[in-house]
Ligand binder design. Sequence first.
Ligand code: PLP
Length: 404
Amino acid sequence: MYDVAEVRKDFPILGREVYGKPLVYLDNAATVQKPRQVVEAMSEEYYNVNANVHRGVHFLSQQATELHEAARETVRRFLNARSTAEIVFTRGTTESINLVAACFGEAFMREGDEVIVSEMEHHANIVSWQLLQARKGIRLRVIPVDDRGQLRMDEYERLFNERTRIVSVTHVSNVLGTVNPVRRIVDVAHAHGVPVLIDGAQSTPHFAVDVQSLGCDFFAFSGHKVYGPTGIGVLYGKEEWLDRLPPYMGGGEMIGHVSFEHTTFADLPLKFEAGTPDYVASTGLARALDYVSALGMDAIQAHERDLTRYALERLRQIPGMRILGEADDHDAVVSFLVGNIHHLDMGTLLDRLGIAVRTGHHCAEPLMQRFGVEGTVRASFALYNTHAEVDALAEGITRVAKMF
Ligand code: PLP
């Protein structure tokens, strides 16, 4: 049995009050709260181990290096990658996507070549490619989204041509909660000889991900969305692809030998990790992945799906409610508008009731345009949320709606 009351004890912040009301934290798609175990593992490393990694002969440096590389192994296991050579530490999903766009673009794309993205992408997976568009004259092709918030797979297949070089799509929409059929997306792309990057920012916190069974060539996620610290993320890449990409940044750690005439680069994955890595954050991330794995990703998913179903059921009963995103496969995000109440007003008034939601375009302006709205209110759930919190949300919305 999943015991949410027991789980909540690991998250001291959930006991806080705001404006004299118990905090109801429903902004988890932006970032989740951290369990005590993660913060303690990081304090412990700062207090007792801290030393720069990889270069030191001394005891602390070796211990810090062992922790950092053990964290890489934990990430490998979490994603079921074949080897730790395929796990690159970055600062987050955004940096991971930028790395692929820059390095893949440099090596394999020229003017007129195309990347396929979707209409439901986060700006991180749009603007990174637009930078390449400006530099190299590549083109973005866009998979449309249907009225229920699902990718038009028929249209997707029609976007391929001899200039298609890569597909880059999100696993789960941070606005609609739609879970995309990644395995099918990959199969179609591979049938055209095209690799696929998956933005896993919103999938890794919610269900088990196996990069080998998804078959994707690259996969990006952020530590802070999966109960780890800020400032660290991961790029998974198949070794055969990472080997063929040029380095992203130059500096220490990523080199073999340097002279003014000729520099050689380190082996994977260090080739992509210039400079001192956030070796304390990697420990925190590993502890977070251990934490969710111990609870069980399937148990977390079952709990959050149950909450999402319940939230959809309760919210649909509110007069004037419009929910954006009614996909069959719907994860722990609910976006909505009520009557003609501005999303910012709704968010601000819910905040006064202690309920933290997000409002605005959610870094997905093209998707807002698709649905003809300027923004939405978004409630997103985590492993520690409860049915009582969903009740508080529904009651809060009803109360705010009555004020208008
Ligand atoms: N992609 C998606 C789908 C997201 O939801 C987010 C964050 O909200 C990102 C990318 C960017 O993540 P980060 O800001 O951690 O790099």
